[in-house]
Design a protein around this ligand. Structure first.
Ligand SMILES: [Zn+2]
Length: 300
């Protein structure tokens, strides 16, 4: 049965969600998220407790997906982190005439050969520009950041904090096509070895320095940091955001120096497996948001 393009995109979003992948809308015809950014956030609806980014709003919920895609023919973004995916992006250099950059497919094939393995068979998508996305499931409890050129030249990976454009999406250059609808293979051990970040060096327990915060503020900070450090894969950034937002009121009230909250959450977030950069961004955004919206202590 032929579908109109709008229904086809809804189906693409539902198909991805049915695989357990967390989707969010991309602006029609583009690869850019359609959800509002931090600066234009109205602190209403899903953002009532603080701004939520696309990674936090990505969902597998059919009703939410239908509602979102009823508004416009959005392309489909898959938030790789919450989806438990690591996607290997084999890029094609944009202008072969003026660039010496090799093709990602070639450098990856060479890497596989050196590693003594076949190029893995898994769900793969041909990108609009002729590149290839290889989808893998991330092992439980393993946190992988995005990488660019770490695996091989012209090979990037998308994991926590990243997203890919799903099959069925259409941009000016063409359509993203699923080439192989087979199951998504687990990330091969040898590739995991290349992608796994060096273990974070944890200097002691996650305890904020006992400085001039009020007891209630320090207790709240400790509790929230423990929550962040124990957050399960896929919910780490959301948890960090919510926890930092909650503690923000004590910063606003002058009960806790901001840098103390920042340092403690930074350590907790990194211990949970988030990258230093992810932690910094989320903490800053959550605290800013909290400070802007906090009520006076008497009213709280
Ligand atoms: Zn928002």
């Amino acid at each position: 049965m032929n579908q109109d393009p709008h229904s086809a995109l809804l189906c693409a979003a539902l198909d991805a969600a049915a695989r357990g992948w967390h989707v969010f809308p991309l602006r029609p015809g583009t690869k850019r998220p359609a959800l509002h950014g931090e600066k234009t956030c109205t602190r209403t609806g899903p953002c009532a407790d603080g701004h939520l980014k696309w990674e936090q709003r990505a969902t597998t919920d059919q009703a939410r997906i239908r509602a979102a895609w009823s508004r416009a023919p959005f392309n489909v973004g898959i938030a790789t982190g919450p989806s438990g995916l690591v996607v290997v992006d084999l890029d094609v250099p944009k202008d072969k005439g003026s660039s010496d950059a090799p093709c990602g497919a070639a450098t990856f094939a060479a890497l596989c050969e050196r590693a003594g393995h076949a190029v893995p068979t898994t769900y793969r998508v041909r990108t609009a520009s002729g590149g290839t996305h290889l989808y893998f499931t991330t092992p439980d409890g393993v946190h992988l950041p995005n990488t660019a050129g770490t695996v091989a030249e012209s090979v990037d990976t998308r994991a926590a904090g990243g997203y890919v454009v799903a099959a069925g999406s259409i941009v000016t250059a063409g359509r993203y096509e699923a080439l192989n609808a087979a199951v998504t293979a687990p990330l091969p051990e040898w590739l995991l070895g290349i992608l796994r970040p060096a273990p974070a060096c944890l200097a002691g327990p996650l305890r904020p320095p006992a400085v001039d915060g009020s007891r209630a503020a320090v207790a709240a900070l400790e509790a929230e940091c423990a929550t962040v450090a124990a957050a399960p894969e896929g919910l780490r950034n959301t948890t960090l955001n919510r926890s930092a937002f909650k503690v923000g009121r004590f910063v606003a009230w002058g009960d806790l120096p901001r840098h103390v909250a920042e340092d403690a959450f930074q350590a907790a977030g990194e211990a949970a497996g988030l990258t230093a950069a992810e932690c910094r961004t989320t903490i800053r955004s959550a605290l800013d948001s909290s400070l802007r919206t906090v009520r006076p202590r008497e009213a709280a």
